[in-house]
Design a protein around this ligand. Structure first.
Ligand code: G3H
Length: 272
């Protein structure tokens, strides 16, 4: 999971709370369940629930808030990768030079992952060549710093599934490490059908090139059932290889709560 906060009201305090949530929320709420289970179950099982499985893969913030994350991590003496949205998020309607400046800013301030948003106007007008060169320019900045590049297609704003497929292919050809469904700010979130089109594009790209590109589902994913539906979709089309954080992510601001609730139910079953 990329634990996300991308609000216009974000500030130092809300970002500190986000970072604390990434490290403490699950551990604190599940502490007693894990301890009870530890009395009756093997170390292996106990360790599974006490280590990295309870910490999101990244915290995902706006570029201007990266510094707040870095400061909080220093204070907590902890590490988690920082993902930053960039490129005039969420609309993507800014000149390439500004997009480049923002990505450079994000990387130099500590982002390990860049979630770039595409200019949907280019995709809808069929200008995939310019879209490719835009994304290629961003990719060249990421290559230098070994930064993961996720490209947000904003699928619900594209005019057809064919456009979704072409935008996905363009993003992958330009070197995206992930293709991502949505910014979370569109009027409608991505559907599983959009996800299916994206997974098919990833599969075809893999068949043609052997490159494995990841998929990130984001926007309105708040409940376990939704997350599991995406997981099943990815598993069915792309296979078990994709079921790891380097190839499958869910970006969400409000999913952790339900995941922890469900984990608590599962853990209670272990020590009943
Ligand atoms: O990239 C992640 C999305 O912006 C998260 O959207 P959400 O706030 O609806 O979970």
């Amino acid at each position: 999971m990329d634990l996300t906060s991308l609000n216009s009201t974000d500030n130092k305090q809300t970002i500190e709370a986000l970072v604390d949530k990434a490290f403490l929320y699950a551990k604190e709420l599940l502490k007693s369940d894990i301890e009870k289970m530890a009395n009756t179950h093997s170390c292996e099982l106990r360790n599974y629930f006490t280590t990295s499985t309870l910490t999101p893969q990244t915290v995902c913030v706006s570029s201007v808030r990266i510094y707040d994350v870095v400061q909080r991590l220093r204070f907590l003496k902890q590490h988690i990768d920082i993902a930053s949205v960039a490129g005039g998020f969420p609309m993507g309607q800014v000149p390439l030079s500004c997009r480049i400046t923002e990505v450079e800013y994000a990387i130099s301030h500590g982002a390990a992952e860049i979630d770039i948003v595409i200019d949907r106007g280019l995709a809808i007008s069929g200008n995939f060549e310019e879209l490719y060169y835009d994304l290629r320019a961003i990719k060249s900045l990421c290559i230098k710093g070994n930064i993961t590049l996720k490209t947000i297609l904003s699928v619900s704003e594209l005019d057809s599934n064919q456009t979704v497929y072409k935008a996905a292919m363009t993003a992958m050809m330009a070197g995206s490490d992930f293709i991502k469904t949505s910014t979370g700010k569109e009027a409608k979130n991505a559907t599983l059908f959009h996800g299916m089109v994206m997974c098919q594009a990833i599969k075809h790209y893999h068949e043609k090139t052997s490159y494995k590109v990841g998929i990130k589902a984001a926007g309105g994913i708040k409940f376990n059932e939704q997350a599991l539906s995406w997981l099943v979709l990815v598993k069915n089309i792309l296979g078990n290889d994709w079921l790891q954080a380097s190839l499958f992510r869910i970006g969400a601001s409000s999913l952790l709560e339900d995941v922890v609730k469900r984990l608590s139910i599962v853990l209670k079953k272990f020590h009943q």
